[in-house]
Design a protein around this ligand. Structure first.
Ligand SMILES: C[S@@+](CC[C@H](N)C(=O)[O-])C[C@H]1O[C@@H](n2cnc3c(N)ncnc32)[C@H](O)[C@@H]1O
Length: 298
C-alpha cells in the first residue's frame, strides 16, 4: 500500500490530549480504520494496556493489523459493528474502559479504493458497503427503491434541496438500464441539477452520495445505538471522544451527550464542538468538516 493512501488521523493531537491515557489503560477505538489514531493510543498504553480495535471493514482491519503488528499482544482487532459494543466488550472480558474514540464516516483508504464505489471521483461498481458481507449495497438502493424512499433518503440524509429532480432523473435512467457505476450516478445527478450547483463549492453529487452511503450502512442508527451502549462502560473520569463529519452525525452526538449529562452519567467537556486547526486543514483538506465532542464518565 502506498503511504499516500493511508488515512491521516484527524485531530489526532486533540484526541490524544483529551483521552489523557496512561500505561496499562484499556481503550476502545470503535473505528480503527487504517490504525492512525490507534497507533498513537497504543504508544500511550503500552506495554501492558489493551486496545479494542473495531471496524466493520475487514480490508481496513487487515491493514491496521499489519500496521499495528508491533503491538499485537495488546491490540485486539474485532470485525463487528460498533453498535454492538455491549456484546463486544463483555465478549473480551472487558467490563470497564479508560477511554473511547469514534472517528466516524469513511477513511481515505475506502474513498481511494475505486472498487468500493464511495467516490464520484473514482469510477467503480456502486457498492458503498463498509461491511462487504452486508446484504444491501448502493446499487440496490439506486435501482430498486421506490420513488418515495429514494426521495426521502436524498432529502433527509443528504439534505439535498434538489432531491425531487435527482430522484426523477435516476428513475428515468434506470427504466432504460440499471445504473451500475459511481461515475454513471454522478453523471445522472449532474444532468438533474444542471447549472444549479455552479455557485456552490461542493460537487453536485456530494450530498446524494453521502445520503446513499448513510442509508447503505445505516450510519445514523448505528451511531446512536453505539453511544447509548458505550457510555455505561466508561470508568469515572474516562473520556469518550467523537469526531463527526456532517451535521446529522454531530446532532446525534450533541443530543446524546446532553441527555447523558442530564441523567448523571458524567459531564460534557466540550461545550461547543472543536474544529481542526487551520494548519491541519491546509495539510489535510479532508479534515475540514470535522467536529470533535468529548464526554467524561462519572
Ligand atoms: C474515518 S475512518 C477511521 C480512521 C482511523 N481513525 C484512522 O486513523 O485510521 C472510519 C472507519 O470507521 C469504520 N466504521 C464506520 N461505521 C462503522 C460501524 N458502524 N462499526 C464499525 N466500524 C465502522 C469505517 O469502516 C472506517 O474504517
Amino acid at each position: 500500500m502506498k503511504n499516500n493512501v493511508f488515512h491521516k488521523p484527524v485531530m489526532a493531537d486533540e484526541v490524544i490530549g483529551f483521552l489523557r491515557l496512561k500505561k496499562g489503560d484499556k481503550v476502545l477505538d470503535a473505528t480503527v480504520g487504517c490504525g492512525g489514531h490507534a497507533s498513537l493510543i497504543l504508544e500511550k498504553i503500552q506495554p501492558d494496556g489493551l486496545l479494542i480495535a473495531v471496524d466493520l471493514d475487514q480490508k481496513a482491519l487487515d491493514i491496521s493489523q499489519a500496521r499495528l503488528g508491533n503491538f499485537s499482544t495488546i491490540c485486539k482487532c474485532v470485525h463487528r459493528n460498533f453498535s454492538d459494543i455491549d456484546e463486544i466488550l463483555p465478549g473480551l472480558g472487558v467490563d470497564r474502559i479508560d477511554g473511547a474514540l469514534f472517528d466516524l464516516g469513511i477513511s481515505s483508504y475506502q474513498i481511494e479504493d475505486s472498487g468500493r464505489g464511495f467516490s464520484f471521483e473514482r469510477n467503480g461498481f456502486l457498492d458503498m458497503r463498509m461491511d462487504l458481507a452486508a446484504n444491501t449495497c448502493a446499487y440496490d438502493i439506486v435501482n430498486r427503491y421506490s420513488k418515495h424512499d429514494l426521495e426521502a433518503i436524498i432529502r433527509d440524509f443528504g439534505q439535498e434541496r434538489y432531491y425531487r429532480k435527482i430522484t426523477g432523473f435516476i428513475l428515468e435512467r434506470r427504466r432504460k438500464s440499471p445504473i451500475t457505476s459511481s461515475q454513471e450516478l454522478s453523471w445522472v445527478i449532474g444532468r438533474a441539477v444542471g447549472g444549479r450547483y455552479k455557485k456552490q463549492r461542493i460537487h453536485p453529487a456530494t450530498r446524494t452520495f453521502q445520503a446513499i452511503r448513510i442509508a447503505v450502512n445505516d450510519e445514523l442508527e448505528n451511531i446512536d445505538r453505539a453511544l447509548v451502549n458505550v457510555v455505561g462502560f466508561l470508568k469515572p473520569k474516562a473520556r469518550l471522544c467523537v469526531i463527526s463529519f456532517h451535521s446529522l452525525e454531530d446532532r446525534i452526538v450533541k443530543i446524546r451527550f446532553k441527555e447523558f449529562e442530564k441523567s448523571g452519567k458524567g459531564r460534557i467537556i466540550t461545550k461547543k464542538p472543536m474544529a481542526p486547526a487551520a494548519c491541519e486543514i491546509r495539510e489535510n483538506p479532508r479534515a475540514r468538516s470535522a467536529k470533535l465532542r468529548v464526554f467524561e464518565g462519572k
